[in-house]
Design a protein. Structure first.
Length: 269
């Protein structure tokens, strides 16, 4: 009876994890969200008894502490998989390079703070709160949903200056994954960062004409990197790919601390 905790299940890839994992009645699936009532209403039509929705705001230490305590009650003190999926990517900082964003220094500082608070610091607290449960679990896997936008080589080779604050936060989280692996390898815990590829979760809906042009510039860089790339995946495909990569990865195979794509390698698209 594997147990899963997934952050950010209100929509996007997180919601797809929730639906897919709960379709197996032997799984216990705990989804963390900012707004429990909204998510409960969204999933009411298909909610199964093995789903538990708890409050878990990545920017609130107390909220994550309570989520870990409530999870422990549900699972009798253990957890098999922790999936750190929730993240923010501000639409303000999607395309412009850091020097342009820096023309509004207060807004850039706020944007970086939000990205680091949610995508990095929140995940460090999350792991710390859930680690006692993971250590008592039988699978011991912590999966962080990361991004190829944090791949140093791709940024340099294809001039990907876009999404600076977000990419900085994901690169930092990759280091957090390595640090936790270094600490808990001796306990047999696998930490792994997996990028879902490019996934249609509505981020590029309703762009202004100017941002639409900037998106084309970014897309031409992606096309240079991956000429075979046909377009974004669905959240369902992305969740499925990440789960497969996580299933196949193990400490014994040397995957601890790895930063992998949805293909299980370094091909991001
Ligand atoms: N989509 C892509 O192409 C892509 C590519 C590479 C990596 N990723 C990564 O994949 C993961 C999921 O992305 P997505 O596209 O599904 O994103 P999304 O549709 O924007 O959903 C983000 C989720 O994170 C939650 N969240 C944001 N801030 C939170 C906070 N402070 N506390 C708790 N939950 C919070 C959101 O909850 P609310 O509903 O409350 O806002 C939502 O459930 C992220 O880690 C993202 O960086 C996505």
């Amino acid at each position: 009876m594997p147990s899963y905790v997934i952050t950010g299940v209100s929509r996007g890839i997180g919601a797809a994890f929730l639906k897919q994992l709960s379709s197996n009645p032997s799984n216990t699936v705990i989804g963390l969200v900012r707004n429990v009532a909204d998510t409960e209403a969204k999933i009411a039509a298909w909610k199964t008894p093995n789903i538990h929705i708890l409050e878990g705001d990545m920017s609130s230490y107390q909220s994550l502490k309570k989520a870990a305590e409530a999870t422990s009650t549900i699972t009798s003190g253990s957890l098999d998989y922790l999936i750190a999926n929730a993240a923010v990517m501000s639409s303000w900082a999607l395309f412009d390079p850091l020097s342009v964003l820096g023309q509004d220094p207060e807004r850039l500082t706020q944007d970086l703070n939000e990205a680091l608070t949610t995508n990095v610091i929140g995940n460090i607290h999350l792991v710390n709160f859930f680690m006692p449960l993971i250590l008592k679990g039988s699978v011991k896997k912590v999966i962080t949903v990361t991004s190829g936008m944090a791949d140093h080589d791709i940024v340099l080779k294809y001039g990907v200056y876009e999404g600076g604050p977000y990419a900085v936060s994901k690169a930092a989280m990759n280091m957090v994954t390595s640090k936790f692996q270094a600490e808990f390898e001796k306990d047999g815990v696998l930490f792994i960062g997996v990028c879902p590829g490019l996934v249609d979760t509505g981020l590029y809906n309703n762009l202004s004409e100017e941002d639409g042009q900037k998106l084309m510039v970014q897309s031409s860089k992606f096309a240079g990197y991956a000429p075979h790339f046909k377009g974004p995946d669905t959240p369902e495909d992305a969740a499925n790919s990440i789960l497969k990569v996580a299933e196949n990865a193990s400490v014994a195979n040397g995957d601890g601390g790895a930063f992998l794509s949805h293909f299980g390698n370094k091909q991001w698209l």
